[in-house]
Design a protein around this ligand. Structure first.
Ligand SMILES: C[S@@+](CC[C@H](N)C(=O)[O-])C[C@H]1O[C@@H](n2cnc3c(N)ncnc32)[C@H](O)[C@@H]1O
Length: 364
């Protein structure tokens, strides 16, 4: 039992072991053309040639990645969101008052201080990020999370993440950050120009792509691991001409998001949900913070095969999850069910072996 549990945990966290099952396949595909941009506040304008119409596969459809070419840059016309109007106290969810009159961004984090007028607690910025976890500022108390969360807090894992660890996901069917980014742009089309939270961003591989793309007015790179956020900060600092004013780096727990309800246009969670202590608490929080019409797009692993087919293996996966703190998803239907239970509609997904990318929408 313990051996199986450890094997399964390592499968979820080191996906190279996963790649022994189904080959890439195409299933029935329902294609829906995404309607033209409808967002008012942050209308996005194409520079140069117009983008071709984008499409996304719906419900359990699983056609996989078309060859992707770089698309034209999109400029955000509207005034930039400063982040001041979206951040909320993680204790009571009331909006913060910003003590210093600063726009929140990578460079300003160390000098920022956020005060909750209800709880009377002040959250001070650190060198690399804003710490908006519940226990931020505690001197003696240290919050210990399940193994799958704690693993990524280790300095060595954080350092290695973009230097080999993430590349392993390819063996589970992940196409790689650039292609994943191209794929998810289809799903994010209705919310381009808005604010996006890259939840569980790790070292910020997607946060940086989002910020540099110019497709969003503000990007929040959010993770529980302070060492991952340190890496994210270092990568941003090293990159020339990085649009730092577009990025805010925040430490927070996915089950307690420091955002005003209904304030965010899009949430991305790449390869993360299986690591969350409670995917339902995480997805419910994502649902809470999204605006009506807001989009949640995520990738994760699906362990089907024997786990999905043999009835007695299902309770076993739950035991393993309890031990390891990592969730085992066994079908697209399970993910759709989770999203629906948390108030989402319009579930769409693409699948390649263990890899799944899906989106779900907050009802308007
Ligand atoms: C496998 S990494 C995924 C990183 C990245 N998004 C990607 O696509 O490669 C999973 C991330 O989830 C984060 N994580 C785990 N538990 C979390 C929690 N409770 N709240 C926020 N992030 C969490 C970890 O710190 C880690 O950086």
């Amino acid at each position: 039992m313990a051996t199986t549990a450890i094997r399964n945990l390592s499968s979820a966290l080191f996906p190279r072991q996963l790649d022994n099952s189904r080959p890439c396949f195409l299933l029935k595909r329902h294609t829906t053309t995404i309607p033209p941009l409808s967002r008012r506040t942050f209308a996005a304008k194409t520079v140069g040639a117009p983008l071709p119409p984008l499409s996304a596969s719906s419900t359990t459809a699983t056609a996989f990645v078309q060859e992707t070419k770089p698309k034209e840059a999109v400029a955000v016309e509207e005034e930039r969101s400063s982040g001041n109007n979206i951040l909320a106290c993680p204790i009571c969810y009331e909006p913060f008052s910003l003590i210093s009159d600063r726009v929140l961004s990578v460079d300003d984090a160390p000098r920022s201080a956020l005060k909750c007028n209800t709880c009377k607690k002040t959250f001070s910025g650190k060198e690399t990020h804003l710490d908006l976890t519940l226990a931020s500022g505690a001197q003696e108390y240290g919050n210990v999370m399940p193994l799958a969360t704690e693993l990524f807090r280790l300095p060595v894992v954080s350092y290695l993440y973009e230097r080999g660890w993430r590349q392993n996901f390819f063996l589970g069917g992940f196409p790689g950050p650039e292609k994943e980014f191209e794929m998810m742009k289809d799903y994010l089309k209705p919310v381009l120009g808005g604010t996006i939270v890259d939840a569980s961003c790790a070292s910020g591989l997607f946060s940086r792509l989002f910020a540099k793309s110019g497709l969003f007015s503000l990007v929040v790179a959010l993770d529980y691991s302070e060492n991952m956020l340190q890496q994210c900060y270092e990568f941003v600092r090293q990159e020339e001409n990085f649009p730092k004013e577009k990025l805010v780096i925040v430490r927070a727990d996915i089950s307690r998001l420091p955002f005003v309800s209904g304030s965010i246009d899009a949430v991305h969670a790449g390869a993360a949900m299986h690591c969350w202590p409670s995917p339902s608490a995480g997805v419910a929080e994502v649902s809470r913070v999204l605006k009506p019409g807001g989009v949640f797009v995520a990738t994760t692993f699906i362990l089907d095969g024997p786990f999905g087919l043999v009835p007695f293996l299902r309770p076993l996966t739950q035991n393993i999850s309890q031990f390891s703190g990592s969730q085992t998803f066994t079908s697209e239907r399970e993910l759709e069910d989770l999203c629906t239970a948390c108030g989402f509609v319009d579930f769409k997904c693409s699948r390649n072996r263990r890899f799944v990318m899906f989106s779900a929408t907050k009802p308007s």
